[in-house]
Design a binder for this molecule. Structure first.
Ligand SMILES: [Zn+2]
Length: 263
């Protein structure tokens, strides 16, 4: 039985979320031949303080930026859900949209945003992140995996429920218990993030982001003895949820941190 994951699906709210939280890990996956699809829920149309730029023009610019980043990371494709940036609400429509992408993509690994309202004692999590994160989690139970939920997906669109997901990865921004070693892909992570020029400002701001990202990835990696890391919560659904055993070959570069985060 082949237990090596071959497909991964990542759901983000905005065009640059994945780069902050998971690009180093995803670059490693594509290097290993895993097919990665990125689904971005919003159009990114309000992410600016520049009044002359906001709206459809910004959305088009950010779509190009996201494509450039996806090319650096070796993704198969980007799927856009087209929700309005900043206005995402948790709704059954959102859950159905994500379930549709989940059933089409049939991912072995499903990576989602953290729906927590606050991030440690540092900041409030963006409302779009919370809504998209929660709807993504809820896709795993019922919407993506059970024929009677959104039966129109099956009956009208021919999308079978998918029960082959083996791992659910919840990405940052806060520190999570499992650290992925991204020492070999930190440069690509930074290059991918720097593709989002509309979000970064001038050259000195770009240098600041570069430095800040190295510092953050260094701190996350240090918790597990890696030069650079990204951290995740990884949930493996219990027996009966999928047919295959979880893969073992891919975990040499993952480390769990001590139970006490201050230790
Ligand atoms: Zn975001």
């Amino acid at each position: 039985m082949n237990t090596t994951p071959t497909r991964a699906l990542v759901i983000s709210a905005h065009p640059d979320d994945m780069e902050f939280g998971a690009a180093g890990t995803l670059a490693k996956w594509t290097d290993k031949g895993i097919e990665v699809t990125l689904c971005i829920a919003t159009d990114g149309s309000t992410g600016t303080q520049d009044r002359s730029l906001m709206g459809a023009g910004l959305a088009a610019l950010r779509a190009d930026e996201a494509s450039d980043a996806a090319a650096i990371l070796g993704f198969k494709e980007i799927v856009w859900l087209g929700h309005r940036d900043g206005y995402v609400e948790y709704s059954l429509d959102l859950r159905r949209d994500i379930a549709r992408v989940f059933r089409r993509g049939r991912p072995h690994r499903f990576m989602v945003m953290d729906p927590a309202p606050t991030v440690e004692d540092r900041f409030v999590n963006h409302p779009d992140h919370r809504a998209v994160g929660q709807a993504s989690l809820d896709t795993v139970l019922t919407a993506g995996t059970t024929p009677g939920h959104f039966p129109e997906l099956l009956l009208d669109e021919g999308l079978e429920p998918w029960r082959g997901m083996r791992e659910l990865w919840i990405m940052g921004p806060g520190f999570k218990p499992v650290v992925s070693d991204i020492s070999s892909t930190i440069e690509r992570k930074i290059q991918a993030l720097l593709c989002h020029a509309s979000q970064l400002g001038d050259e000195s701001a770009r240098e600041q982001v570069d430095g800040w990202l190295r510092e953050l990835a260094g701190a996350q990696g240090a918790k597990a003895g890696f030069s650079y890391g990204e951290s995740f919560q990884i949930i493996t659904q219990g027996p009966g949820f999928h047919d295959d055993e979880p893969p073992a070959d891919d975990y040499l570069d993952l480390a769990r941190t001590p139970a006490d985060p201050l230790a």
